[in-house]
Write a protein that binds this ligand. Structure first.
Ligand code: TXA
Ligand code: MG
Length: 318
């Protein structure tokens, strides 16, 4: 199949919505990363997402909806979830909630769990597509399984070209890190994945439990694969200086061939992270280096999610 690139225009959205209606796959930008979208009610479309990514099929997907109303068609909201939605939607927060019993969602989307991960994205292109399509879109990050998450249309094309119907080109993703995933319980939330909304921001609204939840209901806690987001070159964290065989990504005063944020701004570093990993991987190859070294990133605010992604990218692989 040839992958078409669509522009974010009325025509582009109409074509994309039509592809989704017929069970096809469309990659589209969100404020976090590009998603690989399919109709969340169509089992064949959802199966196609797993196939295109080469993803282990036990990993459930995030359902993207236009607004809270549409979210309530599929998930049961308690007061905690409503407070979070009011504060952070549209935006990079995914909430894991009980699926409504009468749901039209494909069982494959939730991987057979009784909960669904749901979010309202903020990116204008994602919003326009959701409103044109008028239904729920299942979308993991639009990269081959285990690869670096895409923050540009070109990254999606590099990874999934000819495996999906279309890509809507909406430029760079502003946040650059996946959404934060939370799961509410009786007296607060568990954070299942750090991401674009910080723990501090969430704690200002609801109680945050400090243990990572490993729910009996969710066999796969998010990003459970230790090696994930992996570049081809090996990656070393907390590097102060590059070795001879290393291409270096700097941060703040610790410089490298490229710098995530020379002013030490974690928001800018998050937005650059995946694009710079892509770039460093290519440059390392060109320059005959076997490793990527990354300067220390402070462990607060968005730094926690950045370090989590780097740790996965540096984990040993077979
Ligand atoms: O920013 C994002 O969240 C991006 C954009 C495209 O929206 N999407 C994304 O999706 O990162 P994905 O599939 O790469 O990550 C979804 C994570 C997985 O780690 C999965 O295990 C978790 O969400 N997840 C999905 N449903 C779940 C559930 N019912 N319970 C627990 N975790 C769930
Ligand atoms: Mg992903």
């Amino acid at each position: 199949m040839q992958t078409q690139t669509l522009r974010p225009t009325e025509d582009g959205f109409a074509t994309a919505a039509d592809i989704l209606t017929h069970g096809g796959l469309v990659a589209f930008p969100t404020e976090t990363v590009y998603g690989l979208g399919g109709d969340a009610r169509n089992g064949a479309a959802v199966a196609g997402i797993y196939a295109a990514k080469g993803r282990p099929s036990f990993n459930p997907l995030i359902v993207h909806v236009a607004d809270l109303n549409m979210a309530q068609e599929f998930a049961q909201f308690d007061t905690t979830a409503l407070a979070l939605a009011a504060e952070f939607w549209p935006g990079p927060l995914t909430i894991v909630l009980p699926v409504r019993p009468d749901t039209s969602l494909s069982k494959l989307v939730t991987a057979g769990l009784t909960t669904v991960a749901i979010r309202v994205p903020a990116h204008p292109v994602a919003r326009a597509l959701l409103s044109k399509f008028g239904g729920p879109i299942a979308a993991p990050s639009a990269n081959p399984s285990g690869g670096i998450s895409p923050t540009r249309a070109a990254h999606v094309r590099d990874g999934l070209s000819d495996r999906i119907d279309a890509i809507i080109n909406g430029g760079k993703c502003a946040v650059g890190l996946e959404s934060t995933i939370v799961m509410p319980d009786d007296d607060g939330v568990h954070i299942l994945r750090d991401g674009g909304i910080t723990t501090e921001q969430i704690a200002a609204i609801v109680n945050v439990h400090d243990t990572i939840e490993t729910s009996h209901d969710a066999p796969t806690s998010p990003g459970q694969l230790a090696s994930h987001y992996a570049p081809n070159a090996r990656l070393r964290m907390n590097a102060l200086i590059a070795g001879d065989d290393e291409h270096m990504i700097g941060f703040g005063e610790i410089s490298g061939q490229i710098n995530l944020s020379s002013s030490g701004d974690l928001t800018q570093a998050a937005a650059n992270l995946f694009a710079y990993l892509h770039m460093a991987d290519e440059d390392a190859q060109t320059l005959g280096k076997t490793k990527i070294a990354v300067a220390p990133i402070p462990m607060h605010g968005l730094g926690i999610a950045i370090n989590d992604r780097l740790k996965r990218a540096s984990a040993a692989r077979d």
